[in-house]
Design a binder for this molecule. Sequence first.
Ligand SMILES: CC1(C)C(=O)N([C@H]2C=Cc3c(O)cccc32)c2nc(Nc3ccccc3)ncc21
Length: 345
Amino acid sequence: MSAVPAKSSSSSRPRKDKDDTSNPDINLASIGNYVFQKTVGEGNFAKVKLAKHKLTGVEVAVKIIDKTTLDEKKLSKLYREVRIMKLLHHPNIVKLYEVIETKYTVFLVMEYASGGELYDYLVVHGKMKEKEARAKFRQILSAVSYCHKKRVIHRDLKAENLLLDANLDIKIADFGFSNYFDPDSKLDTFCGSPPYAAPELFQGRRYTGPEVDIWSLGVILYVLTTGCLPFDGKNLQEMRESVCRGKYRIPFYLSDYCEKLLRKFLVRDPYKRAGLEMLIDDAWINEGHADSPISTDVSQKVEENEAIIRLMVQKYSLDRDVLIQKLKDNVYDEVSSIYYLLYYE
Ligand SMILES: CC1(C)C(=O)N([C@H]2C=Cc3c(O)cccc32)c2nc(Nc3ccccc3)ncc21
C-alpha cells in the first residue's frame, strides 16, 4: 500500500524542440537584479531556475516562459495566470515578487520552495501519520479556501504541485490551469491530471468550479494518509472507469474520522459533495486544534512596513512616496520586488 503512485502529467502537450535559438533570452546568466544559479524544473513552455537577488541576496525561483513558442490562446492563458498570481497573498501559496517581460520572454520571479515537491517527500518518507497529514492538509485547505473566496479555482491540485519550503510548510504552485469562476455560471474546460480529476470532468459535464478542486483535495488527503492513489488504472479508460465508479479501498489503519472525511470529499455527485465551508469544522480536521480553527481569510496583503521602507530609501536611495504608491498599485517591478523580498524574508 505504501507504493507512492507514478507522477501524473496534467495534460499531454507537444514537446518543443530544445535547440531553437530564435529566442536570445533563453540562456541568459542573469535578468534584472537576479543572477541565475541552476535549473530547478523544465516544463514544455517554461523553464524554472533558482536565482539570487543581487541586492538582498534572497533566493528566488524564476519561471522563464519563451513567448515565441506560445500561440494566442496560450499567451492569454499566461497573462491570466500572472493576473491570478498577483491577486493571491497567502502563506501557503507561492508568492510572485516581480514580472519582467521582454519581446520574446516573460520572467516570473517567484518564491523558491527549497523543500521540493510533496510528491517526492512521500516517495522518500512513505505515507504520513495522520497527525502530520492533518498539519499539511490544514495548510492546503486554508490556501484553497482562500483562493475560492477570491473566486479563483486551481484545477490542477495534486501532490506534484504541492511544494514544501525550508520549514516543510506547504506552498501551492502552478496556477497554469487556474481560472476565475462565477457561482452562477458553468465552466467546461477539462483540466488537471486524471488520478485527481473529478468524475464530472471525465463525463464532460460543465461545472461551477470549487467542486472540482474539492474532489482533488479528497484524492490528496488519501495520498497523504495512505501513500497510494484511491483511483488508478493502466490507461485513461481504466482510470476513468475507476474514478466514475468512485470505489476506493480504506486501509485498516485509517481512523474512523479520517474515513468519514474522505467520504465527504470523494462524492461522485458534485451537488452532494461537501463545500469547503462545511469541512472547516470537520472532526478529523480539528482533532488537536480545537482552539485554532483554520483561518480561511488569511490574506497576507502587504501592509506598509515602515522599517523596510526606511531601509530601502536609505540603502537604495529610493523615493519614499514612489515606493509607497507602487505598493498601493500592486506593482511587481524591480523596486517593489525589493520590498516584497525583505518583507517576506
Ligand atoms: C516558480 C515555482 C512556483 C515553479 O514554477 N516551480 C517549478 C519548478 C519545479 C517544479 C515542480 O517539480 C513542481 C511544481 C512546480 C515546479 C518551482 N519550484 C520550486 N521549488 C522546487 C525545488 C525543488 C524541486 C522542485 C521544485 N519553487 C518555486 C517554484
